[in-house]
Design a protein around this ligand. Structure first.
Ligand code: FE2
Length: 239
């Protein structure tokens, strides 16, 4: 798997845009963008890359959530590359909806969708077990101290992430995190446990608003073997 962080337009506030390719440009690889940024500034760089003979540079887009800085460039990308577009919410008619625990092929690797409400109701992370990689979007993962309030859904997401053998996090803004990832997540979860935790199940069970996408905000069913086939080898007990 090759991950390329594309160049952004410095004049526009935009998320990171990552292109995931396979190691050898095989026909079966799925050239995938994680987020598209606020405008189409990444198109020219994409057109200049070697992305496999006879293949579109972007065959698939996965949006970590619908905020404009992550998704505003979608129409421009779609015009140029006509990719399949996946997101948790149906905020744009081009989007097909992903679900918590769904597996997806990105580049030459299998990934899993982790629904991560908190920053927004339609946030997801993408977990690649082969490389211990997480694309986290704007999900808040580095909580330096206790305080504030967090939903049970968010706590559940952090507990899920802490249990995964992560090595690298590609965030929605800023440089990849490659050192001390597990320690950071454990500290964050510890700080969340020491903060106010509110129950958001009542709000979600009546059908929350995730743009035009409907109301599928039920708590994910995460058994001990979730994501499927992935060992949960580190368990954190803060209390
Ligand atoms: Fe955001």
């Amino acid at each position: 798997m090759r991950v390329l962080r594309l160049r952004k337009d410095p004049a526009v506030y935009s998320s990171e845009v990552y292109l995931i390719r396979g190691d050898w440009n095989h026909l079966s690889d799925v050239n995938t963008l994680v987020d598209v940024g606020a405008n189409g500034a990444v198109v020219s760089e994409l057109l200049s890359l070697a992305t496999g003979v006879g293949k579109r540079a972007v065959q698939q887009v996965v949006l970590t959530h619908s905020h404009f800085d992550h998704s505003g460039g979608l129409d421009r990308i779609a015009e140029e590359f006509d990719p399949e577009v996946w997101a948790y919410s149906h905020h744009n008619p081009r989007c097909k909806r992903v679900r918590d625990g769904q597996s997806m092929h990105l580049g030459d690797r299998d990934f899993y969708v982790i629904y991560s409400p908190g920053h927004s109701n339609d946030s997801i992370c993408l977990y690649g077990p082969d490389d211990g990689v997480l694309f986290s979007g704007d999900t808040e993962l580095n909580l330096m101290m206790p305080g504030g309030s967090y939903s049970r859904s968010f706590v559940r997401t952090l507990e899920t992430l802490v249990a995964l053998p992560l090595k690298t996090i590609f965030p929605g803004h800023g440089d990849p995190l490659v050192e001390g990832v597990g320690d950071m997540l454990r500290r964050s979860l510890d700080n969340v446990y020491r903060s106010e935790i509110f129950d958001d199940r009542a709000a979600t069970s009546t059908g929350g608003d995730i743009s035009a996408g409907g109301s599928d905000l039920d708590a994910p069913d995460r058994s001990a073997s979730w994501p499927p086939g992935v060992a949960r080898d580190r368990h954190f007990h803060a209390r």
